[in-house]
Design a protein. Sequence first.
Length: 256
Amino acid sequence: MNDSIHQFAAKGFNTSSDAYERGRPEYPQDAVDFLISALNLNKASSVIDLGAGTGKLTKMLGKSGAKIVAVEPVEGMRKKFSSVLPEVEILDGTAEKIPLKDESVDAVVVAQAFHWFNGEAALPEIHRILKPTGKIGLIWNARDESTPWVAQLTEIIDPYERGAPRYKSGEWRKSFDKTTLFSKLEYSRFGYIQKGDVDMIVDRVGSISFIASLAESEKRIVLDKVRELASRNTKGSEGLVELPYRTDVFVCSKKS
């Protein structure tokens, strides 16, 4: 495992790729359509999905017709990605050391991952592989904690954070604020509701890096609490749970 990968990502994502694929939400189609348009993706484009995970965004970008290559440092995630999207090339690499040639791609997308990167090292590396007119697209699904039961879910999760990088901290933005290599981030927001059974919610939490990294006995305690909470918030005869998200999209352009 690459030493530059955070310990929680290295351990947690390597062991939770199945739960990640089952429990993590897709992205709202209107957000993906916006991203495709903002990045000018088409059949003539090449795009890198950086920190691709199990390919949640990759598969949705396919409608653009662009040539997509995935880059993912965690072996367990790469294996799951290849089982889900065997037709898409996936490379072992990090945001700080991308295994591609200079000025070789039109766009880089990062889904649910930039907060894990060393931004001050990653942005020059992304700048290196982008063509002169290249762009970056970032997207995150963030749980909507204005819904009371989702706020309670966060209360179960957050005590185990243990310093793990998180999107909601905003720390990831500092590298963009400092850089002269890219334009200012342009922000758009979308709404999304993930619907599924109680097991889906348990897998959703179980796929969080710092939860997946817990000792099995402690993880079981956390997931039992999640199961109980989700079970109290099912709807309809099918017993489905609705987990609302805010989907945040950011786009910026390479400067020469």
